[in-house]
Design a protein around this ligand. Structure first.
Ligand code: 4NP
Length: 162
């Protein structure tokens, strides 16, 4: 059975496509890409159809990661269809839960920074209006958070299969 992950930010052109492609990179290097799949979406409609931000793609490329994808907006059906929904910040988290007023899927929704093992940040900062350093920081933070989340998933699936 495939585990389906959805990463969510505001615009789906900076942070969530980075998280999606970083996680894909980790999955490929561990030969887990056939067991865990990734997608991303934005809570806003601002950039529907756009490619990842050029500055974000450049920061990712410096770590050997190519950002692929096209922005789309989060829909209520995503909460039903995905196994885990990972928010980049508190606003995203709140906006995701707003699509699930009955709370049926709340257990699937997490903040990605809760899985960091080295960083103490509680949110992935929005780099959009800042400089180059902010984009690099997002990549460093997401590498930590995605590795931590992958370890969590592997432990979860090991403990549920015994
Ligand atoms: P993201 O970054 O949520 O990480 O994709 C942003 C992209 C666009 C805007 C804000 C944040 N915007 O205001 O257009």
């Amino acid at each position: 059975m495939t585990i389906q992950l959805l990463f969510v930010c505001l615009g789906n052109i900076c942070r969530s496509p980075s998280a999606e492609n970083i996680m894909n990179h980790l999955l490929q290097s561990r030969q887990l890409a056939d067991q865990i799949t990734c997608d991303s979406a934005g809570t806003s409609s601002y950039h529907i159809g756009s490619a990842p931000d050029r500055r974000m793609a450049q920061a990712a490329r410096a770590e050997g990661i190519t950002l692929a994808g096209q922005a789309r907006q989060l829909q209520a059906a995503d909460l039903e269809n995905f196994d885990w929904i990972l928010a980049m910040d508190d606003d995203n988290y709140r906006d995701i839960l707003r699509l699930d007023p009955d709370g049926r899927f709340h257990h699937k929704v997490r903040k990605i920074c809760d899985f960091c093992r080295h960083h103490t940040d509680k949110e992935v900062p929005d780099p959009y209006y800042g400089g180059e350093a902010g984009f690099k920081y997002v990549i460093d933070l997401l590498l930590d958070a995605c590795e931590g989340f992958l370890e969590f998933l592997l432990q979860e699936s090991a403990s549920s299969s015994v």
